[in-house]
Design a protein around this ligand. Structure first.
Ligand code: CTP
Length: 400
């Protein structure tokens, strides 16, 4: 459960700060390592001394540790943690988290954290119901954070309604079930490809495609958050890796992606090939820049090697192999053909006929077709939700 887990507990200014003491005791009793960060406003509600005593660690409140100029390294702290929980999270802290307003150590640690983040709101009912707070919470959810909903009841103001921070036991249970879920992929090695490939034409030009890498990065993040060790082999993209369980390998061309991926496959339990790999590359790369000349320029292209097909060829019965198919016509028939030809366990089909699907969108709509013929149809969802659906199907196969 929480034994040995490294938890950052962030406390902001709210009357519910006193509950953070009970929460710390629960974490420490379960064997977790707890580092507490308090916002300046939190000091008005609970003392650092109380939290330091209960967490058995010094409490961090400021960027600067002492007058000698030593600082509290929020980046190290963010990387150290297995998870971060902000309890209580007042309206001001929620707003700063949603907008990246980094004026205290807690927000700096939050922005630096690569681990899952849980937010337990605590405020008066009208503040909680206000569209700006709700909007901020939606934004935070969209960033992949988990909200531990407040309860309804009597509030410090004397009013009755939704806004009471979840009880320490509820917050503890939310984290415990999260880590239980994680253990489902503990010790599993996962290989993911993502993004486009760029095929050089000459020193300044290439053939590429519009893949953003968002889907593959989201899949890598979900696997990592479930405890798997992920190798993410990606073509050129602006996407950033968040989770410390992900090792990123950057490549440019289909040939480089082939080499990197086939080198890693034997060590992997699961491989998800979501990259949009070029099927053809210029037969020869011009050493000098190709100069403008006639009205027509012909490029001769040669077929690249199919990475997924090669993995399907060497795959053992213990390995799970998943491919993608992006189709415009005869979607299902084409996907089933790829599923069989590439020896996959299942294929994820995107149809470009559906709205919100395709390169660059934050959403995707998929169909999953298993090798036994089972078909699953999902609705249009944000890509990190789609990634969760794909990972769930993999987990089902692992336990089948
Ligand atoms: N793929 C790959 N290596 C290639 C081409 C494709 O690993 N050289 C993988 C993709 O990552 C994807 C799957 O194969 O998981 C299907 O890719 P797609 O482009 O849809 O299919 P192709 O087999 O290339 O066929 P076509 O482009 O004709 O549809």
């Amino acid at each position: 459960m929480l034994e040995g887990k490294k938890i950052i507990l962030g406390i902001s200014g709210s009357i519910a700060a006193y509950k953070a003491a009970a929460l710390t005791r629960l974490f420490v009793k379960a064997g977790a390592l707890v580092r507490v960060i308090m916002t300046p406003a939190a000091n008005d509600f609970i003392t650092p001394l109380t939290m330091a005593t209960l967490s058995k660690n010094p409490v961090l409140t400021k960027f600067v540790k002492n007058e000698a100029g030593q600082w509290n390294n929020h980046i190290e702290l963010g990387l150290w943690a297995d998870c971060m929980v902000i309890a209580p999270a007042g309206a001001n802290t929620i707003s700063k988290m949603a907008n990246g307003a980094c004026d205290n150590l807690l927000i700096a640690a939050y922005l630096s954290a690569r681990c899952p983040v849980f937010i337990a709101p605590s405020m008066d009912l009208d503040m909680y119901a206000h569209p700006s707070t709700q909007n901020n919470l939606q934004l935070l959810k969209g960033f992949g954070n988990s909200i531990i909903d407040p309860n309804s009841g009597e509030l410090a103001s004397g009013l009755n309604g939704i806004g009471r921070m979840a009880e320490p036991e509820e917050i503890f249970d939310a984290l415990a079930s999260f880590f239980d879920a994680n253990d489902r992929l503990h010790n599993k090695k996962v290989l993911v490809t993502a993004g486009p490939t760029y095929e050089h034409i000459d020193p300044v030009r290439f053939l590429g495609n519009h893949s953003s890498g968002k889907m593959g990065f989201a899949i890598a993040e979900v696997f990592a958050s479930q405890g798997a060790k992920v190798i993410l082999i990606t073509g050129p993209t602006h996407q950033q890796v968040q989770h410390s369980n992900i090792k990123r390998i950057d490549v440019t061309t289909a040939a480089e992606m082939y080499e990197a991926t086939t080198a890693q496959f034997a060590k992997s339990h699961i491989a998800i090939m979501s990259a949009a790999v070029a099927d053809y590359a210029p037969e020869k790369v011009s050493i000098g820049k190709i100069k403008k000349s006639g009205d027509v320029l012909q490029l001769k292209l040669k077929k690249t090697r199919d990475i997924l097909k090669e993995l399907g060829r060497v795959k053992t019965k213990k390995q799970i192999l998943v491919g993608f198919a992006l189709e415009t016509d005869n979607e299902e028939a084409n996907a089933v053909k790829k599923l069989k030809e590439k020896n996959l366990d299942f294929i994820v089909l995107n149809s470009l006929k559906n709205k919100g699907v395709g390169f660059g969108f934050d959403t995707n709509q998929i169909y999953i077709i298993h090798k036994n013929g089972a078909k699953l149809n999902y609705g249009l969802k944000p890509k990190h939700e789609v990634a969760k659906d794909i990972v769930e199907e993999v987990i089902k196969l692992l336990h089948a």
